[in-house]
Design a protein around this ligand. Structure first.
Ligand SMILES: [Zn+2]
Length: 542
C-alpha cells in the first residue's frame, strides 16, 4: 500500500495527471458514538414528534448537516413539513364482555388496549357483537376472505395476529413463516375499515406478533399520531388489541376453543364465526394537529445529478411514557438514535469524498416512524426527488451493538437485486449473507424502507446480528433476545457504551457507505425480482 502511494507521489511529480487510486474512506466510530450520546440523552426526551424533544433533535440534525456542508434537500431548507393528527385516547371504562358462560371485566392496559384513529371526543361500543374473523385478511391474489359472507355492520371483528402461513411449514402458503403484508396489524386495520364493522380486536400472541404484550401497552397508549387530512369518517371506530389470556377465556366462555379456532382459520374457505358474545367499552379522546419535520440534505452528483441514492433513518422514538423501574424516558438509543447517528456519519463521508459522486446522494431523516412509518409515508406521497429517478433506498433502523459479525442479515431478501449488491460488499468484509432469521416478525413492513418499496424503489435493509465473529452464534442470539425482551420500546433502550461493542456499527456503517458509493458512481439500476409483490407500486389506502 505504502509503495503504491509513494510510486504515485513520484509519478504525480513527473506526470501531474496521475490519478491516485483512492482508497475508501473509513467510517469513524467516534462520530457515531458522539451523535448517539446526544440523540439518546435524557435531554432529548425520547424524541417524540411534535414535542420539545423534536425541536432539539431537528435542530441538531440541521446543525450537523450545515457543519458538513451538505446541501439542503428542500430548496434552501433542510426541512419538509409533515402534518400530523395527534389523538390522545383514554380508556375510560373496563371492557365488559357478556358471554353465555358469564360476564368478563377486562382491565384497560392489562387485558386490552384500544384507541381510535378518528377525531371524535367520545366513542363507545355498546354491546357490539363479537365475530371471530380468522386472520382478518382479504386477499384476492390468495383467494382469501376472512370476512366472507358476514355482514359486519355494527359488529366487532376478533382476529389473529400474523397470517395463515405462520406455523404451516408450507413456504407457498402465505409465504410460510414469513409474514406477508396482510399479516401486519396495520393492514388488518385497513381491511376491517372496508367491512363496515364497528371495531377490531387483534389477539396478541407473542410469538406470532413478534413482541411481548408490554410493547402493545407502551406503543398504543398515550398520544397516537397519524397523517393529517385523511377522511376516516367511514372507518371502524374503535381498534385495538386483546391479551391472549383474556382471548382464551372469551372463547372458552363462548363455548369455543381458541387453539382449534386457529387451526380452522388456517384452512382455505374459513368462514367467520359469531362468538355469541357482546362487548362494551368507552374511550375519550382529545385531538390536535401539529407539524412535524422530515430532515433532508443532499450531496450533488457531478455526472448524473438527477439520479439519486436515498439513505434513510427515522430520528423519532416514543417519547416519555409509563415508567419502568422509575425511568419514564424512552430514549430509543438503538431505535433509532443508532441508525440516525450512523447515517449522519455516512453523510459526512459522502460530503468529504475527494471526487464528487456521479449520482446525487440524499440523506433523509424521517419523523414518526414509530407512529406507523408516517414521515416516510409522507415523503413517499410528496417526494422532493422523483421516485423513478431514485436508484435505491438504503434504510438503517437499529444498528447492531453486539460487535463484529460474520453475517449480513437481509430483511426482505429475495425482493430485488439489492441482495446481490449487498452480498458483494459483504463478501469484501469477509461476511456471508443470511436470510432474515425471524421472518414471521414482518420486519420488512416495520421500518421506512417499506414506504419506498411500495413506490417501486428497490431497498436495502440489512445488518449483522446472528453470528458474532469472536463469540459465536449463541452469544449473538442471547444479545438479541435480551434486547427484544427488555429493551425494545422500553425505557431501558439507553445509550450503553459499557455493554456495547461498536465494531458492529462500524462494520454495518462501512457497508452501507460502500454500497451507496458504489451505486452513486455507477450506472446500475437494481431491479425488482419478477415475483416480488413490489415489482409494481402497490396501491394502498394511505
Ligand atoms: Zn425503529
Amino acid at each position: 500500500m505504502k509503495y503504491l502511494f509513494l510510486t504515485c507521489v513520484v509519478v504525480i511529480l513527473i506526470f501531474p495527471s496521475c490519478k491516485q487510486e483512492e482508497s475508501l474512506p473509513e467510517i469513524s466510530q467516534e462520530t457515531i458514538a458522539r451523535h448517539m450520546a446526544v440523540l439518546a440523552s435524557d435531554d432529548f426526551q425520547g424524541r417524540m414528534p411534535c414535542s420539545p424533544g423534536e425541536v432539539k433533535t431537528v435542530d441538531y440534525l440541521v446543525e450537523e448537516m450545515e457543519k458538513m456542508n451538505l446541501n439542503p434537500g428542500n430548496g434552501d431548507s433542510y426541512l419538509q413539513d409533515v402534518p400530523l393528527l395527534e389523538i390522545d385516547t383514554e380508556m375510560t371504562s373496563d371492557m365488559v364482555i357478556n358471554t353465555k358462560g358469564g360476564v368478563m371485566n377486562l382491565k384497560p392496559g392489562e387485558d386490552f388496549v384500544v384507541n381510535t384513529e378518528r377525531a371524535e371526543d367520545d366513542l363507545s361500543w355498546e354491546d357490539t357483537e363479537l365475530v371471530f374473523c380468522g386472520f382478518g385478511i382479504v386477499s384476492e391474489k390468495d383467494n382469501w376472505n376472512d370476512y366472507a359472507d358476514m355482514d359486519m355492520t355494527g359488529k366487532t371483528a376478533v382476529v389473529l395476529v400474523n397470517d395463515p402461513g405462520f406455523g404451516s411449514e408450507d413456504a407457498d402458503f402465505f409465504k410460510g413463516n414469513t409474514m406477508t403484508y396482510g399479516g401486519r396489524w396495520s393492514t388488518k386495520y385497513d381491511f376491517v375499515d372496508d367491512t363496515g364493522a364497528d371495531g377490531i380486536l387483534i389477539i396478541h400472541e407473542a410469538s406470532m406478533a413478534g413482541y411481548p404484550w408490554f410493547v402493545i401497552q407502551s406503543s398504543w397508549t398515550g398520544p397516537q399520531q397519524g397523517l393529517a387530512g385523511i377522511d376516516r369518517s367511514q372507518d371502524a371506530r374503535i381498534k385495538g388489541w386483546i391479551h391472549l389470556e383474556a382471548a382464551k377465556e372469551l372463547f372458552e366462555k363462548s363455548g369455543q376453543d381458541l387453539s382449534s379456532m386457529i387451526k380452522e382459520a388456517r384452512k382455505p374457505g374459513f368462514q367467520p364465526v359469531p362468538l355469541d358474545a357482546t362487548a362494551s367499552v368507552s374511550i375519550e379522546s382529545s385531538y390536535s394537529t401539529c407539524i412535524s419535520k422530515n430532515v433532508i440534505g443532499i450531496v450533488e452528483g457531478k455526472k448524473n445529478p438527477e439520479e439519486y441514492i436515498l439513505y434513510t433513518a427515522h430520528w423519532d422514538h416514543i417519547g416519555i411514557g409509563t415508567p419502568v423501574d422509575g425511568d419514564s424516558i424512552y430514549n430509543g438509543a438503538l431505535d433509532n438514535a443508532s441508525g440516525t447517528s450512523t447515517v449522519l456519519a455516512i453523510a459526512e463521508m459522502h460530503a468529504n469524498v475527494k471526487t464528487p459522486p456521479d449520482r446525487s446522494v440524499i440523506f433523509l431523516f424521517v419523523t414518526a416512524e414509530e407512529q406507523g412509518l408516517l414521515g416516510s409515508e409522507y415523503y413517499a406521497q410528496y417526494p422532493l426527488f422523483p421516485h423513478d429517478q431514485t436508484v435505491a433506498n438504503l434504510n438503517m433502523d437499529g444498528v447492531n451493538p453486539a460487535g463484529i459479525m460474520n453475517d449480513l442479515t437481509i430483511i426482505g431478501m429475495g425482493h430485488s437485486d439489492m441482495d446481490d449488491v449487498a452480498a458483494e460488499e459483504a463478501g469484501d468484509q469477509n461476511r456471508y449473507v443470511l436470510n432474515e432469521q425471524e421472518p414471521e416478525k414482518g420486519y420488512f413492513f416495520r421500518s421506512d424502507q417499506f414506504s419506498f418499496a411500495k413506490k417501486g424503489v428497490p431497498v436495502l435493509f440489512a445488518s449483522g446480528g446472528y453470528d458474532h465473529r469472536k463469540k459465536g452464534k449463541e452469544y449473538a442470539k442471547q444479545f438479541l433476545d435480551d434486547y427484544t425482551a427488555s429493551r425494545y420500546h422500553a425505557p431501558a433502550d439507553n445509550y450503553d457504551p459499557e455493554n456495547w461493542e461498536f465494531g458492529g456499527m462500524v462494520q454495518d456503517g462501512q457497508l452501507y457507505f460502500n454500497v451507496g458509493l458504489r451505486l452513486a458512481n455507477s450506472e446500475e439500476w437494481p431491479k425488482w425480482k419478477p415475483d416480488s409483490e413490489f415489482s409494481r407500486p402497490v396501491k394502498l389506502k394511505n
